[in-house]
Design a protein around this ligand. Structure first.
Ligand SMILES: O=c1ccn([C@@H]2O[C@H](COP(=O)(O)OP(=O)(O)O[C@H]3O[C@H](CO)[C@@H](O)[C@H](O)[C@H]3O)[C@@H](O)[C@H]2O)c(=O)[nH]1
Ligand SMILES: [Mn+2]
Length: 767
């Protein structure tokens, strides 16, 4: 690239696309598409044959009759196959042109070493019981310790539970930080979450010859453990130690606290340049600004969950530090890479392309996932492949945690292509930054911005800040930004930027995916819908890419259809697919084999294991037939005006000893009964009955086993695979004694439902 003076310009980041591999993939996907077209052609052409010749033309379906209900079955199946084919086409956008970004943060330091922008980091927490304060503090400490000038870094903790314990923990953490930050910088520690760092050391021997380090390490570790004990004691007893409480007048804010949903704003600035004396570490260097915020909540005002918390943070921070860049992490997602801020800035500050970029999303990776990832929590293919694909189409979705934003864009700025030189270092300070204003005054003024009524008659939640009313506030906000013309970037460096906690029971995973798929479907029918209104605002590729996620939920219909009808028809001896000797068998076989092999291949190159892939297939099945089904029903009911907004069920980040033990052994955790489990178990039982029933009939039938096999191979395989993949459910229903098994009530219900369905279907007059 050349700049205006004709000198070659070296960018702050590079974009790599893998041409060769992409071409091979495209060729493959064309053959698969041909297969899909043939399947459609088969279904379509036979539609008329079946309809036309009553009992006559049955070359393909010697078992099937030609009456109306059979025809309906055929149409339903055609619908499902059309859907799957259509959905597959959408997913191609994510594979057609993946790009990989490489930031050069050494160039950034050389060029902008002394004129880096101010950065505000928001950490959100909502419930000290399922998001332990100690975990939250590790996240806070990890982001305070970023390799970034402290005077330009501010950290805000938003506490939606307004918990005194969390505030107490932050006080403790702030004193510890005065030791921890210099320690990190002196020894270039990585990662900078103390707990993660100490854990990483236990796998090495600490008998290093660097005696200074060893000594300091022992010292800091002791301090950490003392702090941990104090915080954990307070968490367990639910009380802040009396002496601490009387020493810090900030606690008086809790005198008026009545409940989580009903309290004043509590705001405390723990470190700030206006309080220079107190805001230095043990070596005398400045600390990053540190703020605790629990926005006001009243029962009569909706609080909009995380989106509401984020918007309060955006306003409050605008007066305290007004960082040009805003980054948000969930309270469990500690920073695992102290260079992430600099990495992200390489994109924003690139002189050629930076001005187009609204946000930089890092992937969400998780800690402690077992080797074969029983619940598919890694979302491996999405992180390693699909988001690179979305980036190639114009930019990844905004997925909440681990995303850097330009403040002005979050505050509604439209994109204009006029490239102007941004003064990243301008002192564009907040509203109340006059020198003489005291810290107390600043606190008071900021508090007002977090009140319940502040947003009345404003465009917060629509034009300003994060968008309200959607279960995935992040994704919808990202789309609203992209539809204003901005681009985004996906940055996936080798050293993972963030590590979080994934749900580790089946129930929680399904609930989380219900929230996600419901939110995604809300987007599909909202005014930000990429499919409906994206035309002209987003590239076609991005419209398709986003739609694959938006349309997660409707997948339930086709999947339910495919896990019910072929199996029931197998039981009844009705073939729904071409027999083995038919030429039409070929496209079916090709599509099944090619797509399965490819999906396995993709999973393996993304770093998964064979068993992990199998587990993930199971999870897709379970999500589609439960989470997505419930999300689909809820959204439909809501659209029809039958129910109101759904909440935000926060995912638990803790587990009982026994539960985590089972997780480690990769034994599926059911435990309590739930409608989702009943549905899954019913489907599993139904397939088992159909498979066994068909097997028995085949054995006693005249033509024998081979004839049935030849006639209904695909149905047998489908039903057989469904039985195999459901093994953990059968175990949970009948063979396990531990607490994580499926409750007896689920076993009874599912058996009755499945059996009745089989009996009724068998009695139906279809042929
Ligand atoms: O009323 C609320 C509810 C949640 N949270 C916070 O939101 C974050 C995400 O909650 P979690 O239960 O962990 O949800 P996940 O499904 O793991 O989160 C993903 O999906 C969410 C949208 O559904 C996004 O908000 C998150 O950033 C994204 O990581 C956590 O830090 C919570 O403390 C709040 O601050 N206020
Ligand atoms: Mn989470």
């Amino acid at each position: 690239m050349m700049d205006r003076n004709g000198e070659s310009y070296v960018g702050l980041f590079e974009t790599e696309s893998r041409r060769g591999k992409v071409i091979v993939y495209r060729l493959f996907s064309v053959t698969l598409f041909a297969g899909i077209l043939s399947i459609w052609a088969y279904r379509f052409s036979n539609l008329f044959i079946i309809h036309g010749g009553a009992g006559g033309q049955q070359q393909e379906h010697d078992g099937g009759g030609a009456n109306k209900s059979y025809w309906v079955l055929w149409v339903v199946l055609f619908g499902a196959e059309l859907w799957f084919g259509f959905y597959w086409i959408l997913t191609q956008a994510l594979r057609w042109n993946p790009v990989f970004r490489h930031p050069f943060n050494n160039r950034l330091s050389l060029r902008y070493g002394h004129s880096l922008p101010t950065v505000d980091v928001f950490v959100c927490t909502a419930d000290p019981e399922i998001e332990p304060p100690m975990m939250v503090m590790n996240t806070v400490l990890s982001v305070m310790a970023y390799d970034y000038p402290s005077e330009k870094l501010s950290v805000y903790l938003s506490d939606d539970a307004a918990s005194e314990i969390t505030f107490y923990a932050l006080l403790e953490a702030s004193s510890f930080a005065k030791h921890w930050l210099p320690f990190c910088k002196r020894f270039n520690v990585e990662p900078r979450s103390p707990s993660a760092y100490f854990n990483s050391l236990s796998s090495f021997s600490t008998s290093s010859n660097d005696s200074v380090w060893t000594k300091e390490l022992a010292h800091i570790k002791k301090m950490y453990q003392d702090m941990e004990r104090r915080i954990e004691d307070a968490t367990k007893s639910g009380k802040v130690p009396r002496d601490v409480r009387s020493k810090h007048k900030a606690f008086s804010q809790w005198d008026s606290f009545s409940s989580r949903r009903d309290h004043d704003t509590m705001l405390q600035i723990l470190f700030h340049s206006k309080d220079a004396e107190n805001s230095k570490d043990v070596e005398g260097s400045v600390m990053p600004t540190l703020v605790y915020l629990a926005r006001e909540k009243r029962p009569q005002y909706p609080h909009h969950f995380k989106a509401g918390a984020m918007n309060s943070l955006i306003r409050v921070s605008s007066t305290i530090s007004n960082g040009k860049i805003i980054m948000n992490v969930d309270c469990d997602m500690y920073s695992n890479n102290s260079e992430s801020v600099r990495d992200a800035l390489c994109f924003f500050m690139d002189e050629e392309k930076g001005h187009e970029i609204a946000y930089v999303q890092f992937p969400q990776y998780f800690l402690g996932i077992t080797k074969n990832d029983l619940y598919g929590s890694d979302l491996r293919v999405i992180s390693e492949l699909e988001f690179h694909g979305a980036d190639g189409c114009g930019g990844p979705l905004y997925i909440g945690s681990g995303c850097f934003h330009r403040r002005e864009v979050l505050c509604g700025k439209k994109f204009s292509d006029q490239r102007k030189v941004v003064d990243w270092n301008s002192e564009d300070d907040g509203l109340f930054m006059e020198e003489e204003a005291s810290l107390q005054k600043l606190e008071q003024e900021s508090k007002a911005l977090a009140s319940c009524t502040y947003e009345h008659n404003t465009t917060w939640g629509t034009e300003l800040g994060l968008v309200y009313g959607c279960a995935v506030e992040d994704v919808i906000t990202g789309l609203s930004i992209q539809s204003k013309g901005w681009k985004s970037v996906y940055c996936n460096p080798k050293r993972k930027a963030f590590l979080g906690v994934a749900p580790n029971t089946l129930g929680q995973t399904l609930v989380q995916h219900k929230r996600w798929s419901e939110g995604q479907l809300q987007i599909a029918v909202s005014k930000y819908s990429p499919a409906l209104y994206g035309y002209g605002k987003l590239s076609l590729g991005l419209q398709m890419a986003c739609s694959t996620y938006n349309l997660w939920a409707p997948n339930c219909l086709a999947t339910l259809c495919f896990s019910l009808l072929p199996s029931l028809c197998l039981l009844k001896g009705i073939p729904l697919f071409p027999k083995m000797s038919s030429p039409w068998f070929v496209p079916f076989a090709y599509v099944i084999v090619a797509e399965t092999t490819y999906s396995l291949f993709e999973f393996l190159i993304c770093g998964g294991t064979l068993k992990g892939w199998w587990n993930e297939q199971r999870m897709w099945l379970y999500k589609r037939t439960s989470s997505y089904f419930f999300a689909f029903m809820d959204t439909t009911l809501k659209l029809l005006g039958f129910s109101s907004d759904s909440g935000f069920i926060v995912t638990s980040k803790v587990a009982e000893e026994e539960v985590s033990q089972r997780y480690k052994e990769e034994v599926m955790e059911f435990g309590a009964s739930s409608p989702m489990f009943t549905l899954l178990a019913t489907l599993a039982m139904l397939n088992l009955f159909c498979f066994l029933g068909a097997l028995m009939e085949a054995l006693i039938s005249e033509g024998g086993f081979v004839r049935v096999l030849e006639k209904m191979m695909l149905q047998i395989i489908l039903c057989g695979v469904l039985v195999l993949i459901n093994v953990p459910i059968y175990q949970g229903l009948f063979f396990r004694k531990d607490k994580g098994r499926l409750p007896t009530s689920v076993a009874t219900k599912s058996t009755i439902f499945a059996l009745s369905a089989c009996v009724i279907f068998k009695a139906l007059h279809l042929t």
